[in-house]
Structures are given as structure tokens and as C-alpha cells.
Design a protein around this ligand. Structure first.
Ligand code: AP5
Length: 190
């Protein structure tokens, strides 16, 4: 199985590149942000609770997203592999993902981190905010909070995969196709 963690700050291009990767490698895309937004759209209790935090740019609790990923792994037993997009976002989530992978007799193949500076992230998300309908793209203060959450809680997850020799980093600035070519080179080597 090919199990890839696509990593990077908000607006780095994880969702954009995931769409291309699932097509090329026939993987199942698991985006915790998308799953949470679908809970919100369906008006579930989980969605209503998560929305309060997401609209402020704050991470939802680990146990909520770990439970969601566990359910998705169980309901996709025939998959060739997975792309984890926006998960794991804390070291506790990374540890839980390793345990889930072991329980399924598989492992994370590698983490690919997209490196993009804060100014570019702000510009991309503000530009998208005009028509995405995402409340967390709507103003610069919330975008700054999301980037702060990433720097404080998520960036350390890179060390977790570095320690396992599974960390790969690429420049996330450039054309979407150029970046995809670089990611594919890494994935082909895994
Ligand atoms: P989530 O939905 O995961 O959002 P995010 O990580 O903040 O990232 P985005 O989806 O905004 O960015 P992306 O890197 O996917 O970039 P994209 O391809 O869209 O999370 C939202 C919230 O949910 C969190 O704040 C948190 O509250 C909660 N949450 C989710 N997961 C959680 C977890 N595991 N634990 C706890 N809480 C969790 O691209 C962005 C824009 O840039 C687009 O407009 C795109 O067209 C453009 N773009 C892409 N590539 C390029 C390029 N190469 N050049 C120029 N523009 C580009």
C-alpha cells in the first residue's frame, strides 16, 4: 500500500495536489478539513461544535479527527492506499495514525511537505476567500491565526517523520504542474 501524508501550512496547495495524486496513483483522499466541512453542511452535532473552532482558525480536538480518520480507514478496506491531507496536524495525531496503520498491517510510506512562505499563503487564501465561501478565508486575522496554529502545533509533526526517515520537502511555489512533477518523483521512489 502507498500511504502518503501531504503536509504544509494552510494554503500550501495540499488539496490542489491531492486531486492530481489520487488520479495518478489511484489512492483514496482523506482530508480532515473536507470531512469536517461535510459534517457542518449536514448540520451534525460534531459539525456544529467543530465550526465554532474552524471559523476562528483554531484546530479541533485530536480525538475528534482521530475518530473520523479511523472510521474512514474502516470504510475503505479495499483501497490501494491513502493520501492524508491536513492530517496529522499534531504529534498526538501522528502517533495515533501510526497505531492505526499498524492495526491494519500497513505503514505510512512517506510525508511530502510543501514549503511556502507566509506572505504567499496570505495572498493565496485572501484571493480564494472572495469566492470560496469558507469563513476561515474571509479575513487576514483568521488566516494569521491558522498560520500561527500551524507553526505552534503542526510544524513539529515534521520531526516525527524525520526521525523515521520518511520526510521529504519540496518548494511549494511555482506552477501546479511543476510542483506535481516534483511530488511524483518522490512518490515514485517510495
Ligand atoms: P483544512 O481544510 O485542512 O485547511 P488548511 O490546512 O487550512 O488548508 P487549505 O485547505 O486552506 O489549503 P491547502 O494547503 O489544501 O491549499 P489548497 O490546495 O486549498 O482545515 C480547515 C480547518 O479545519 C482547520 O483550521 C481546523 O480548524 C480544522 N481541521 C482540519 N483538519 C484538522 C486536524 N487534523 N486537526 C484539527 N483540526 C483540523 O490551495 C489554497 C489556494 O491556493 C487555492 O486557491 C489554490 O487554487 C491556490 N494554489 C494552490 N497551489 C498553488 C500554486 N502552486 N500557486 C498559486 N496558487 C496555488
Amino acid at each position: 500500500m502507498l500511504n502518503l501524508v501531504l503536509f504544509g501550512p494552510p494554503g500550501a496547495g495540499k488539496g490542489t495536489q491531492s486531486q492530481k495524486l489520487i488520479e495518478k496513483y489511484q489512492l483514496v483522499h482523506l482530508s480532515t478539513g473536507d470531512i469536517l466541512r461535510s459534517e457542518i453542511a449536514n448540520g451534525t452535532e460534531l459539525g456544529l461544535e467543530a465550526k465554532k473552532l474552524m471559523d476562528q482558525g483554531i484546530l479541533v480536538p485530536d480525538e475528534v479527527v482521530i475518530g473520523m480518520i479511523s472510521n474512514k480507514l474502516d470504510s475503505n478496506k479495499e483501497a490501494n492506499g491513502f493520501i492524508f491531507d491536513g492530517f496529522p496536524r499534531t504529534v498526538a495525531q501522528a502517533e495515533a495514525l501510526d497505531a492505526l496503520m499498524i492495526s491494519k498491517n500497513t505503514a505510512i510510506s512517506g510525508m511530502v511537505a510543501l514549503d511556502v512562505d507566509s506572505e504567499e499563503l496570505q495572498n493565496r487564501l485572501l484571493l480564494r476567500g472572495k469566492d470560496s465561501g469558507r469563513p476561515d478565508d474571509a479575513n487576514p486575522d483568521i488566516i494569521r491565526r491558522r498560520i500561527e496554529e500551524y507553526n505552534n502545533k503542526t510544524a513539529p509533526v515534521a520531526n516525527f517523520y524525520k526521525a523515521q526517515g520518511k520526510y521529504y520537502s519540496i518548494n511549494g511555489i511555482g506552477s501546479i504542474d511543476e510542483i506535481f512533477t516534483e511530488i511524483s518523483k518522490i512518490v515514485d521512489g517510495l
